[in-house]
Design a protein around this ligand. Structure first.
Ligand code: GTP
Ligand code: SPV
Ligand code: MN
Length: 608
């Protein structure tokens, strides 16, 4: 039996929709599927097409979660890990051909290819529907169809958006329950909103040749077939919260970004929030839950989000951010007590591990764990070293497990952003940190982002590619229009955040990282915040504003003066080549704002 609770949490939504609320309330004693007729009718239609053996409506309860977990253990799809050292933790192994997002099989279906842009693979929506209809026909015979109503963002936030994912994967249900707010509360919000993003997912036969991740932004719907992994299958994450949401955000005047959100409290007690975009597997989770170095006594970092930010202009002319997610789907390799003690502690209970290795004690193991040795690799084979854990192995865990989760995470209004940061993996050229001269320069800086590819996507790793705003794989429309939308946001912001670029990954000639990274990144965050409150000045250079070395907190830092100066070295010839390469890149995108070319022209004349 369902009944409305009287939590304050609903106040905002309730006030907005009093008449609708009463109508829904009258139905509150009905069953889950009757709560929202629009969802019920859609599910029935989809079920008649996919022909499942049965339909399960997810209510989001603990009991449901455990029963699905037990079913998976019985079927051998999930292994319980060492209950003493990793209580309530499980290992899932995906098919070896299904271990990362597949960008070459991901499509944006708009009426014209221009609307999707060169940054996306395009398919005609009518043809795509026909193709997907064929794949989905009868695909759930003998299987259970799960209905997952979810809410992205705090349930009482005016910025939250809902969706429903239909899936035949129990693994997806368990992960979605951690990553988003699923079940009855989400369905109630859908009934109030009167709209939801429709997501269809089936693992099919996991045949890579019949794997398609397809988006219809104008219809606010997603169809995903043939993969059970991460961003391909947890449709609320990249498919909805970025690709569909970015399209809606442009129409409605906000931003959906691949950004962490962190709170930073200084020893004086004031807190600033930062939103930072780094490409996949380039350090968002690590920065978002950073532990300050020992010498930065009194500094505190709080996580609001680690992957996605929805940003709106507030009445006060500032930019406000919410985290649409409720959990972390984080990279496991490299996580340990030194690099990320908060994450290391966080994933010791109530965590689903995917594609990690196993020790003889039935503990999860990964490269960089430091303790113990693996006996089984991520595919369950006896281990002979090498990639024991898959490089894109992941943990799924609730934000509630994060020891430094911000108390503002559930604030329906979000948090006010003081600084926007862009960063990538660049072995050379890009300095440790520099600041944009104005909003348009910052947008151009974000648009220029390039990074070496990682294991988060299928394909070769370590290849330098343009990844503007870390959104190359996630922008649901034409990049040129997206950049114009970013530029236009300035009009809505009387008090815009400052914009910076960072690069934690610069290497010396021997190929070693010049910067220790991780906790020490707070030193650079401190400089950026000092800039935001005009506490320190900066050097005007050809590429933007660089720090005076004396303004960087190096107390206790394990890096030589020589290394520091290399990290800020401005290679003029290299930057002139970069300007040329950017001109070429921009000219290939279509619809590029002219101001980008003006900024490049200014940069090359200063460099020359
Ligand atoms: P997605 O979840 O794919 O979006 O990745 P992410 O951006 O959250 O990246 P994450 O923080 O998980 O880091 C990815 C990898 O980079 C991990 O193996 C980290 O150990 C490593 N890493 C993170 N921060 C740093 C850093 O400051 N320096 C160095 N050298 N490595 C880092
Ligand atoms: C990323 O690749 O940026 C991720 C992991 O955060 S996935 O959910 O697979 O997209
Ligand atoms: Mn990501």
């Amino acid at each position: 039996m369902l009944a409305w609770d009287s939590e304050d949490a609903h106040a905002l939504v309730v006030n907005k929709h009093v008449p609708q609320l009463m109508a829904v309330e009258a139905q509150s004693l009905l069953s889950l599927e009757q709560l929202c007729p629009a969802v019920r009718d859609w599910v029935q239609e989809m079920a008649s097409w996919m022909e499942p053996a049965d339909i399960h409506w997810c209510d989001g309860s603990d009991q449901e979660h455990h029963s699905i977990e037990h079913g998976m253990i019985r079927r051998g799809e999930l292994t319980e890990l060492n209950a003493n050292t990793f209580p309530n933790c499980f290992l899932a192994r995906s098919h070896p051909n299904d271990v990362a997002r597949v960008e070459d099989r991901t499509f944006i279906c708009t009426d014209s290819p221009e609307a999707a842009g060169r940054n996306n693979n395009w398919m005609n929506p009518v043809e795509a529907h026909a193709l997907m209809r064929g794949l989905f026909a009868g695909c759930m015979r003998g299987r259970t169809l799960y209905v997952i109503p979810y809410c992205l963002g705090p349930l009482d936030s005016p910025y939250a958006r809902c969706g429903v994912e239909i899936t035949d994967s129990a693994y997806v249900v368990l992960n979605m329950r951690i990553m988003t707010r699923i079940g009855i509360e989400a369905l109630k919000r859908i009934a109030l909103d009167g709209k939801f993003v429709k997501g269809l997912h089936s693992t099919g036969t996991l045949d890579p040749a019949r794997r398609y991740i397809v988006h219809y932004p104008a219809e606010a719907s997603i169809e995903s077939f043939g993969s059970g992994y991460g961003g391909n299958a947890l449709l609320a994450k990249k498919c909805h919260a970025l690709r569909i949401a970015s399209w809606q955000a442009r129409n409605e005047g906000w931003l959906a970004e691949h950004m962490l959100i962190m709170g930073v409290q200084s020893p004086a007690g004031d807190t600033h929030y930062i939103a930072a975009a780094f490409p996949s597997a380039c350090g968002k989770t690590n920065l978002a839950m950073l532990t300050p170095p020992a010498t930065m006594n009194g500094w505190k970092v709080f996580t609001v989000g680690d992957d996605i930010a929805w940003l709106h202009a507030g009445d006060d002319g500032r930019l406000w951010a919410i985290n649409p997610e409720a959990g972390y789907f984080g990279v496991v390799p490299g996580t340990n007590r030194d690099t990320n003690p908060n994450a290391f502690e966080m994933i010791h209970r109530d965590t689903i591990f995917t594609n990690v290795a196993l020790t003889a004690d039935n503990e999860p193991w990964w490269e960089g764990r430091k303790k113990n040795q693996p006996v089984k690799d991520w595919q369950g084979r006896d281990c002979t070293g090498g990639n024991a854990a898959h490089p894109n192995s992941r943990f799924t865990v609730s934000v509630q497990r994060n020891p430094v989760q911000s108390t503002e995470s559930d604030n329906p209004r979000g948090v006010p952003i003081s600084a926007i940061v862009f960063g990538g993996r660049r072995a050379s050229l890009v300095p440790l940190v520099y600041e944009a001269e104005d909003w348009a320069h910052g947008v151009m800086m974000g648009a220029s982002l390039a990074s070496e590819t990682t294991a988060a996507m299928s394909g070769e790793t370590g290849v330098l590619r343009r990844d503007p705003m870390a959104m190359k794989p996630f922008c649901g429309y034409n990049m040129g229009d997206y950049w114009k939308h970013w530029l236009g946001m300035e009009q809505r912001l009387r008090n815009p955040p400052r914009i910076f670029q960072v690069n934690w990954f610069r290497k010396d000639l021997k190929g070693s990282y010049l910067w220790p990274g991780f906790g020490d990144n707070l030193r650079i965050v401190q400089w950026m915040l000092d800039r935001c409150v005009n506490k320190v000045s900066a050097l005007e250079t050809a590429i933007g504003r660089m720090p005076m070395l004396a303004d960087i907190n190096v107390e206790g830092l394990n890096a030589s003066a020589e290394e520091l100066s290399q990290l800020f070295n401005l290679d003029r010839a290299g930057w002139l080549r970069e300007v040329e390469s950017l001109r070429e890149y921009f000219s290939q995108q279509g619809g590029v704002p002219n101001i980008f070319y003006d900024k490049l022209h200014l940069m090359s004349s200063r460099l020359g």
